[in-house]
Design a protein around this ligand. Sequence first.
Ligand SMILES: N[C@@H](CCC(=O)N[C@@H](CS)C(=O)NCC(=O)O)C(=O)O
Length: 214
Amino acid sequence: MKLYINPLTVNNIKVLLLCNALEIEPELQVIALNKGEQRSDKFIAINPEGKVPVLQEGELLLNESNAILQYIAAKYQSTLWPSDLTEQAKVLRVLFWQSNYFNSGVGPLAHRKVVMPFWGFGTQEVDVEQMTKFSKAVSTLEDFLKDNKFVATEVVSIADISLAAFFIFADKADMPLEHYPNIQAWLRNISKQPWFSKTQRYLEAITSEAITSN
Ligand SMILES: N[C@@H](CCC(=O)N[C@@H](CS)C(=O)NCC(=O)O)C(=O)O
């Protein structure tokens, strides 16, 4: 199994979290988004959308991070992808919600405040409109977690992995989460998972290298 990724960006972090959870080490090919490598002819032949992550296995070329999470978790028969149809539906509902609504509310914060500066593009503005979208997205997540320890089902699933990726740089990006106690409790719980801390350490190492080489 091969993954085309850029490890600093959120949809790719999801896949790294899952690989660490399953203790698998696929071949990784880093695509330098900061240098426009995603628009090269070579990469466009792999994904005409010019986006990472992409999974390659045999004849299969799969983009869309949440589809990749489902494929890997199912392939390894992990409980992170439940076997029960109703539980699967609950996980899929959160994954589609993440992709359609949550992403644009929360994704830009870490990207503009953490990732772009590491790439040497300076800190980008996070305006009032973006913060309104952020509040809306995290308020819905807060509701998901009202009576539940995890975001989709009673146990941790790829839906938690998908959403947790957005918070891996929460402190560095100064995400205002003080009014969301359920999210804070969920994040404390997620932070204790070895796959989360392992991924966080890996990203810390990359970003500190980036600082030293800047
Ligand atoms: N819906 C896609 C979005 C993929 C995506 O936007 N990837 C970003 C990195 S997180 C990317 O490759 N951006 C490069 C570009 O747009 O030029 C997914 O979930 O995989």
